[in-house]
Design a protein around this ligand. Structure first.
Ligand code: NAP
Ligand code: 3JN
Length: 352
């Protein structure tokens, strides 16, 4: 525990994980007002020493009592941990910002991307959900368009980095790449889904499955994108379809979007103009100079990058757009910390 200036008592649950590490870095970079920070994990990593703002902090096993006196608890330790411990944290007065899908679709849980629906935070009852990474970057890019011209239809195909699947998937891509270049055999064990029946090569390959298949033929990742988008944008009737694909990139999710606006006669230039001033959005769209967003350029950045904006050749209200962002930052850690900053701004939590 570190004693600091006036601030909040913050807990990071899953502090030793890929997302947890990014959360700690983001809290540091943002100079988030922290009085004490508590780092939590499973019993496996309890006792590990991690550095925060230059101080050494011992990671503790997450238990219900860990949340006594905590103001904000950032959870990224998987759905089952959130289901068990998030209500315990909320019961003890903490505001939970949960990175898992455990509570995202629950009626009394706001699902928030601050650029889109920050005001929904006012309805919270102790648990706030952070959306899926692929959903976050998409709705952040679409919100200015929805506001200006309405939105009638959305079709997305994703190109997702392996870091979305955790630290083990990153190692699998790196080791497979090395083995295949050395002419050695590989033995896939993590992707597409840890614990599913089959595993496939990800190095030099593309896998059209992220998370488990549902009865309707869509994967859970695809259904998350579909359902979460409707909830965040308050558009339950919006037609949304998604195809989610894993590619051999470590960090940075890319998406090809097709959307239809509500008004006739909108031009690609109109959409580009909106993007120039949209919060959290960076326009990179100069085909003549070969300028467009790519994952390698977005790593370590909080923004959502958009480009390749074109009007559909047959549908007057239809547009195509390419959207890229760091899935561990805007897709997870940064959006969570941004929610915590919004809680302070909206005076939903008080500094001590
Ligand atoms: P990861 O690298 O595998 O890390 C998992 C973390 O959870 C570790 O700190 C681990 O602690 C901790 N943990 C595991 N079991 C626990 C338990 N029983 N009690 C307390 N802590 C426990 O995974 P990750 O990539 O960081 O992702 C973690 C979770 O974040 C995912 O399961 C997912 O729900 C969510 N996530 C959300 C998004 C998004 O789209 N917003 C993206 C990625 C991940 P040990 O070191 O002790 O094992
Ligand atoms: O695979 C990706 O690129 C994103 C994965 C996110 C994820 C991974 C494991 C469990 C989630 C999520 O946040 O949607 C979950 C979950 O359902 O909690």
């Amino acid at each position: 525990m570190v004693e600091a200036r006036q601030g909040l008592n913050v807990a990071v649950v899953g502090a030793t994980g890929a997302v947890g590490q990014q959360m700690m870095e983001t809290l540091e970079k943002r100079n988030f007002p922290i009085k004490n920070i508590t780092l939590l994990s499973s019993a496996r990593s309890a006792g590990t020493v991690l550095k925060f703002n230059g101080e050494e902090i011992v990671v503790q096993e997450a238990k219900p009592e860990s949340f006594e006196g905590i103001d904000i608890a950032l959870f990224s330790a998987g759905g089952s941990v959130s289901l068990e411990l998030a209500p315990e944290a909320a019961k003890r007065g903490a505001i939970v910002v949960d990175n898992t899908s455990a509570f995202r679709m629950a009626e009394n849980v706001p699902l928030v991307v601050p650029e889109v629906n920050e005001e929904d935070l006012k309805q919270h009852k102790g648990i706030i959900a952070n959306p899926n990474c692929s959903t976050i970057q998409m709705v952040a890019a679409l919100e200015p368009i929805r506001k200006a011209y309405g939105l009638n239809k959305l079709i997305v195909s994703t190109y997702q980095a392996v870091s979305g699947s955790g630290a083990a998937a990153i190692s699998e891509l790196q080791e497979q790449t090395q083995s295949l270049l050395n002419g050695e055999e590989i033995n896939p064990q993590v992707l597409p889904v840890k614990g599913d029946e089959k595993h496939y090569q990800i190095a030099f390959n593309v896998i059209p499955q992220i998370d488990k298949f549902q009865e309707n033929g869509y994967t859970y990742e695809e259904m998350k994108m579909i359902n979460e988008t409707k909830k965040i944008m308050h558009m339950p009737e919006l037609p949304v379809a998604a195809t989610c694909v894993r590619i051999p990139v470590v960090t940075g999710h890319s998406e090809s979007l097709y959307f239809e606006v509500n008004e006739p006669g909108v031009s690609a230039a109109d959409i580009k103009e909106l993007m120039k001033t949209a919060p959290g959005i960076v326009l990179q769209d100069e085909p003549e100079a070969q300028v467009y967003p790519m994952p390698a350029d977005c790593v370590g950045k909080n923004d959502v990058f958009v480009g390749r904006i074109r009007k559909d050749l047959d549908e007057d209200k239809g547009f195509h757009m390419w959207v890229v962002s760091d899935n561990l930052l805007k897709g997870a850690a940064w959006n969570s910390v941004q929610i915590a900053e919004s809680l302070i701004k909206l005076e939903l939590v008080t500094l001590k």
